[in-house]
Design a protein around this ligand. Structure first.
Ligand code: ADP
Ligand code: MG
Length: 254
């Protein structure tokens, strides 16, 4: 008896032998040293690793916010280096969502205007039913008229998540989205990201230092010194901590 084949996974994003070098000569820093990774469609993936291991650089290169020194990035079937400026701008706008640790909302706009901003820039109107679903899922119905300074950090980050989700991008990158939040607000943001994957089929990649945040995801990729050094599926808080401890021990021996 042969076991049935594993279901084919669609690739939402892929890097092949990605390197990124900042600076020159004595000041040269190799932020990515050859990263090949597949991000599966409809999954919530965490990227973990020590400070300076290249997590943000990897997110920025995958989201077309920065260009690699060598190697390739695909979003879906499209290899980013083949795109001219206009096509790249459109891909960034239509296919990619980004959530930053520092929220990055426009201070003069209300929550509702911030959420609709990427669509208005693209000259599109949000699908009304979908906009409602997103607002209710993030629990912002009674905050729509508030400006960022009238909201807590957790509320602002939920606005930022809603802004990323409302255009239905192929993939959302979140770089330490709970890094500035307390544990209650973090849990709200993480639950929302989890639901966007489980209920709406969104693909999300999230950088985090926190084993609790990682336990919300389907898969964890561990980086060290600009390389993928480990990965695991179906993480729990304990299993993530075990992997982190083992990786630290390995780094001490090296
Ligand atoms: P992480 O997000 O895992 O903390 P980063 O991707 O931010 O790591 O950084 C990886 C390495 O690249 C670090 O050594 C960092 O100092 C360096 N680096 C990142 N961005 C730049 C930059 N714009 N110029 C020079 N060095 C940078
Ligand atoms: Mg970082």
């Amino acid at each position: 008896m042969t076991s049935p084949p594993a279901p084919a996974r669609t690739i939402a994003a892929r890097t092949t032998d990605l390197t990124k070098i900042y600076g020159k000569d004595d000041a040269e820093v190799r932020a990515l040293a050859g990263v090949s990774v597949d991000i599966h469609d409809g999954e919530f993936t965490a990227v973990m690793g020590p400070s300076g291991s290249g997590k943000s650089t990897l997110m920025h290169c995958m989201a077309a916010l920065d260009t690699p020194s060598s190697g390739t990035v695909h979003i879906g079937d499209v290899e980013l280096s083949t795109l001219k400026d206009k096509a790249l701008t459109e891909l960034r706008r239509d296919q990619v969502g980004f959530v930053f640790q520092s929220f990055n909302l426009v201070p003069t706009l209300t929550a509702e205007e911030n959420i609709a901003l990427p669509l208005s820039i693209a000259g599109r109107k949000p699908d009304a039913a979908w906009f409602d679903t997103v607002i209710d899922t993030v629990g912002l119905r009674d905050r729509l008229g508030h400006r960022p300074h009238e909201m807590s950090g957790g509320q602002q980050q939920r606005v930022a998540c809603a802004r990323a989700l409302v255009s239905r991008p192929s993939i959302i990158f979140a770089d330490e989205p709970t890094g500035n939040l307390d544990s209650v607000a973090s849990a709200e943001v993480l639950s929302f990201l989890r639901r966007s994957v489980s209920e709406f089929g969104q693909t999300v990649v999230m950088v985090t230092h926190d084993p609790i945040a990682a336990s919300y995801t389907d898969r964890v990729i561990f980086l060290a010194d600009g390389l993928v050094v480990d990965q695991m599926r179906s993480p729990s808080v304990d299993s993530v901590l075990e992997h982190m401890t083992a990786l630290q021990a390995r780094a001490m021996e090296a």
